[in-house]
Design a protein around this ligand. Structure first.
Ligand SMILES: [Zn+2]
Ligand SMILES: [Zn+2]
Length: 427
């Protein structure tokens, strides 16, 4: 029996179409095309060796049925705790009093989180449909094309990554940003450290908390101009430049995990690319890689999509009571995407929209004959499912007020690039 299966599997692998991703190929290994499932979420992600399209468990069968593709790379990512030794005897951390809480579940809170270290494990296996028969990926004893294809997929830059890079370089006005001539500015050693809470414009009597710009020379924070994207402000940042001639400022809330952000150069009168942004931010205590690391080590608080804690905090600005469940799914800020998120949230609170796109999502997916990433109905249905199903907003078993909970939420990157296509003015 086992031998029969082995032969059958061998035959399928030998006959399947397996491609190796090239530079311009889009490899959907971060997220399902139809849902917000990802390698680190529940059933993991299945990636087609022919088209590099990725699917959650609920959607891979349809792809198989419609295309006859039957060989998939299954990616599963999870974290395991690594033993850490205590630094000093007698210096044991005092146990904080925390009531019984959900440990190790989505949205749960782990009181010992600071004392633990986690390591990410990524498992790769080959799954054959329709049987879902699976076996571990290995680099020998398999047809060479399958090995090459899978290795290529694992090494490729993901489609989401490319989308984000592109949207970053397009955010301001559709122009690719030029490198600033001021990337070597001397930063003042004034001891200023920025903490990501309670930020407001530092101008006397200005209470602006949105549209804040951090001057990279002196770490001052002032509000920006009133811009065409309707962000509000009194222009105190510009005033500050006129007084000091400190050339660069970065807009808070736009800083991304890979150290990019909206940097404005006053003398160059344009948005610029600042290759030293990470260094400039760390001068004032904003450590992008540390933010990322903290998030990573706080296993339950982390996702593989490390949206800057910073960005999230900027959006809320105050302590909110966490709510979970269908209809209460958060939308991560993708950088200048708060207007989009706001509209999405309004649309999917309207019954006609949820009926068509959430209840009707199966039919929409089934009927899609084109590339789902470029199909408006599919992407609307994907967002609708993400928001309305509650799948990405699972509550912890107990909620303690005043505690921070990690909320998985959704990152509608594909949706954003689709609706923003050809609209450079849409931030
Ligand atoms: Zn396929
Ligand atoms: Zn101001």
């Amino acid at each position: 029996m086992e031998r029969y299966f082995a032969l059958a599997v061998k035959q399928i692998l030998e006959n399947c179409e397996a491609n190796v991703p090239r530079d311009h190929d889009r490899v959907y290994k971060d997220e399902c095309l139809y849902s917000f499932d990802s390698p680190d979420f529940q059933g993991g992600l299945f990636i087609c060796l022919k088209t590099f399209a990725g699917f959650g468990y609920d959607h891979v069968e349809r792809h198989h049925r419609k295309t006859r593709c039957s060989v998939f790379l299954h990616m599963l990512r999870y974290k395991i705790e690594v033993e850490t030794k205590m630094t000093q005897v007698g210096d044991a951390p005092t146990k904080r009093k925390v009531p019984r809480l959900a440990i190790g579940v989505d949205g749960g809170f782990d009181p010992d989180v600071e004392n633990k270290k986690y390591k990410t494990i990524e498992e790769h296996s080959i799954v054959i449909l329709p049987s879902f028969r699976s076996f571990q990926f290995r680099t020998s004893g398999l047809p060479q094309k399958v090995i090459d294809s899978i290795k290529g997929i694992i090494e490729a830059k993901s489609a989401n990554y490319l989308d984000e890079i592109q949207s970053m370089s397009n955010t301001w006005d559709g122009k690719v940003r030029q490198k600033t001539g001021y990337s070597d500015i001397e930063q003042l050693n004034n001891g200023k450290i920025i903490t990501p809470s309670g930020l407001k414009c530092e101008y006397d009597d200005c209470d602006e908390v949105n549209n804040l710009w951090l001057n990279l020379t002196d770490g001052s924070i002032f509000c920006g101009q009133k811009f065409f994207d309707r962000s509000w402000g009194y222009g105190h940042a510009t005033l500050h430049y006129e007084e000091t001639k400190y050339p660069l400022a970065v807009k808070l809330g736009t800083i991304t995990k890979d150290g990019k952000g909206d940097v404005y150069s006053y003398p160059e009168n344009d948005m610029v690319e600042n290759p030293n942004l990470v260094k400039h931010l760390s001068h004032f205590g904003i450590n992008i890689s540390a933010l990322e690391k903290t998030e990573k080590s706080k296993a339950e608080l982390a996702s593989n999509q490390k949206v800057g804690e910073w960005a999230t905090l900027q959006e809320s600005g105050s302590d909110l009571k966490p709510i979970f469940g269908p209809g209460y799914t958060g939308i991560h800020n993708l950088g200048n995407s708060c207007y989009m998120s706001c509209i999405i949230q309004v649309l999917f609170s309207i019954p006609d929209f949820t009926n068509k796109y959430y209840l009707g999502s199966k039919d929409i997916f089934e009927m899609c004959q084109t590339n789902p990433t470029e199909n408006f109905d599919v992407q609307m249905a994907k967002v609708a499912h993400g928001l309305c199903s509650g799948k990405y907003s699972t509550p912890p078993t107990e909620v303690v007020e005043g505690k921070n909970y990690w909320h998985r939420g959704i990152r509608p990157i594909t949706f954003k690039s689709l609706i923003g296509k050809g609209h450079p003015e849409a931030l």
